[in-house]
Design a protein around this ligand. Structure first.
Ligand SMILES: CCCCCCCCCCCCCCCC(=O)SCCNC(=O)CCNC(=O)[C@H](O)C(C)(C)COP(=O)(O)OP(=O)(O)OC[C@H]1O[C@@H](n2cnc3c(N)ncnc32)[C@H](O)[C@@H]1OP(=O)(O)O
Ligand SMILES: CCCCCCCC/C=C\CCCCCCCC(=O)OC[C@@H](O)COP(=O)(O)O
Length: 273
């Protein structure tokens, strides 16, 4: 039997890819990240028709959460959650969380409360099937380049939270931060909580440095601790107090981040670098 050129290429690929995957940490990193995105896009294909039955609805977030929960097992990432009791509030609240990477989705889905929607950059709406799934689940999209637009979307969100009993999840750093620290916080989440007069619940995900590093192209198995901190009340506060509120929450989160990540305190503050 004769083997065609195409078949030779296929055989070579089938041999080389697993070898490269084992030998090269960089190749492994790219494979794992490509699979992560591809798998989410594929899961979204399944989620879209199920979510579409209800139309755009925050209850659809439960479906996305349920469909994404298994990914940590595929990647051998153990997630330990501490402070569940701090989520036992009946009223709406604003969750603020540190943002290291797209892998934050795993920690987020592990603890996402009912009727809680993330605020996301507008670009995510155009991320193919994942964007559509996010839209159907009520994700709030903001245009980071147009502060006024973003502010008006967030003011509307303050009213929706109270009117429809919705919680909102914000990454106050406003962008991913791979540096193993925390960027200065944007103030939107804190204005939102003050405008709605609802508490803030800070969430800290420990550093991924032991298993993931974008710069070094390293992605192995590992463990992440997610800590839900006690609520911070905003009742009676006005917009003048937002800068102070922002700073105090950030300080608390940074201290927790350093503690969970086994780093000495005071050292790694992105604000003081
Ligand atoms: C199975 C299939 C699954 C498929 C798949 C599912 C995935 C399902 C999960 C998706 C998960 C997504 C996760 C995405 C994650 C991101 O996309 S992160 C990026 C987007 N998020 C953010 O940016 C949030 C944080 N950003 C903010 O809050 C920013 O303040 C804003 C609102 C964008 C404004 O940006 P800025 O102008 O750069 O920031 P800033 O200096 O804070 O504000 C400027 C001024 O406006 C004031 N201001 C800010 N906000 C307000 C406000 N609301 N009211 C009044 N004044 C305000 C500030 O106080 C400041 O004034 P001064 O105090 O200096 O006088
Ligand atoms: C047909 C178009 C195909 C588009 C393919 C796009 C592939 C995207 C696939 C899956 C999306 C997975 C959803 C992951 C949600 C994580 C969101 C995230 O981490 O967004 C980054 C944002 O916080 C800050 O962005 P920058 O760090 O400022 O940048």
């Amino acid at each position: 039997m004769e083997i065609s050129v195409g078949q030779w290429i296929l055989i070579a690929v089938l041999i080389l890819v697993p070898l490269l995957y084992e030998w090269s940490a960089t190749f492994k990193y790219f494979c794992k990240m490509a699979f992560y995105n591809g798998w989410i896009l594929l899961l979204a294909v399944l989620a879209i028709p199920i979510c579409a039955v209800r139309g755009r609805n925050v209850e659809n977030m439960k479906i996305l959460r349920f469909m994404l929960l298994h990914i940590k097992y595929l990647y051998g990432i153990k997630i330990e959650v501490r402070g569940w009791e701090n989520f036992s509030l009946k009223e709406p609240y604003v969750v603020v969380s540190n943002h290291q990477s797209e892998l934050d989705l795993l920690g987020m889905m592990e603890i996402l409360p009912n009727r809680c929607v993330p605020i996301a950059k507008r670009e995510l709406m155009y991320a193919g099937t994942a964007g559509l799934a996010c839209w159907l689940a009520g994700v709030i999209f903001i245009n980071r380049k147009k502060t006024d637009d973003a502010i008006s979307v967030m003011s509307e969100a303050a009213q929706t939270m109270l009117r429809e009993d919705v919680r909102v999840w914000v990454f106050p750093e406003g962008t991913r931060n791979h540096d193993g620290s925390m960027l200065p916080f944007k103030r939107g989440a804190f204005h939102l909580a003050v405008q709605a007069q609802v508490p803030i619940i800070p969430i800290v995900m420990s550093s991924y440095k032991d298993f993931y590093n974008k710069k070094d192209r390293r992605f192995t198995t590992g463990k992440c601790t997610v800590r839900i901190l006690p609520k911070v009340d905003t009742r009676g506060l006005g917009s003048d107090e937002v800068p102070e509120l922002t700073e105090s929450v950030r300080k608390m989160m940074l201290a927790t981040f350093l503690e969970l990540s086994g780093e000495p305190s005071q050292s790694r503050d992105a604000c003081s670098q």
